[in-house]
Design a protein around this ligand. Structure first.
Ligand SMILES: Cc1cc2nc3c(=O)[nH]c(=O)nc-3n(C[C@H](O)[C@H](O)[C@H](O)COP(=O)(O)OP(=O)(O)OC[C@H]3O[C@@H](n4cnc5c(N)ncnc54)[C@H](O)[C@@H]3O)c2cc1C
Length: 231
């Protein structure tokens, strides 16, 4: 199946339906789709505070019928917004290698690491999961662990050029479940805390938030994700 895997295998689970997306390409596609629908996206703007129907930023304000707090590890930082939510960062270091065409074709998980081959020829090797606050440097220890695991999965990757290394901060909650639902301010909602699954859960989150904003009951019971469960 994957002839370049060299790690000794006793048992393996084959998941034929397993798929992957490239988050940056997904984001570009969403951005294009938004532009095509006339959505205005403002970037480089730091929101300072939220009050009923009002977003405060850069000494100015914007009125909005509905406001969604989806600011990742910073979602708990808005003064006065209740209930308070406990979001903490979990740093992930990750890297990509340039693989020969078709070297790996399927996603491979092994221990705490994984390979995700892309059609572009990139082989993604992920990822660390570190409780180090907002520190987000790429470190020798982090890269060392990823490369050690990568070489254990396949000694072939030892000659692949390293294309890129990067880090991100996953928004974690104490029970590792997302936070979805209304705040105490009318028209202001949380959609955050997706920890390791924010890309995977983006479509269902968007669907739930749309239902909330439009006054419908979401298609699933969202009580387990209530913002007030930590109060
Ligand atoms: C190494 C790594 C691997 C991962 N792998 C996967 C995976 O395989 N599958 C998966 O589903 N998920 C994965 N994740 C997790 C996923 O990336 C997160 O769950 C997801 O990014 C969370 O999305 P978010 O929009 O809530 O937060 P973010 O992606 O952090 O976005 C929050 C945005 O809000 C902005 N912001 C913050 N504060 C303010 C403010 N005051 N004003 C204005 N803007 C603000 C930030 O600049 C940022 O752009 C991975 C994460 C890492 C780090």
């Amino acid at each position: 199946m994957e002839p370049l895997v060299t790690v000794p295998i006793i048992d393996a689970l084959f998941m034929p339906a397993e798929r992957s997306v490239a988050p940056r390409r997904l984001l570009n596609a969403i951005r294009e789709s938004c532009f095509a629908r006339g959505v205005e996206i403002r970037t480089g703007v730091h929101v300072d505070a939220i009050s009923p129907n009002t977003i405060h930023f850069a000494h100015t304000t914007m009125q909005a019928a509905s406001i969604i707090i989806a600011s990742g590890v910073w979602s708990g930082e808005f003064e006065g917004l209740k209930p308070r939510i406990p979001i903490s960062p979990r740093k992930g270091q990750i890297l990509s290698l340039a693989m020969p065409a078709g070297a790996f074709r399927r996603m491979i998980r092994w221990g705490h690491s994984y390979f995700v081959p892309r059609s572009t020829g990139e082989l993604i090797v992920g990822a660390t999961n570190e409780d180090v606050g907002f520190e987000s440097a790429v470190t020798p220890a982090g890269l060392g662990r990823l490369l050690t695991d990568a070489l254990a999965i396949s000694s072939d990757v030892g000659s692949y050029p390293i294309l890129e290394t990067w880090t991100g901060l996953r928004p974690a909650t104490p029970d590792e479940l997302p936070i979805l639902g209304s705040t105490a301010l009318p028209g202001v909602y949380y959609a955050t805390g997706h920890y390791r699954n924010g890309v995977l859960l983006a479509p269902i989150t968007a669907s739930i938030v749309t239902d909330l904003v439009e006054g419908r009951d979401p298609s699933i019971d969202i009580r387990p994700y209530s913002p007030s469960r930590y109060s």
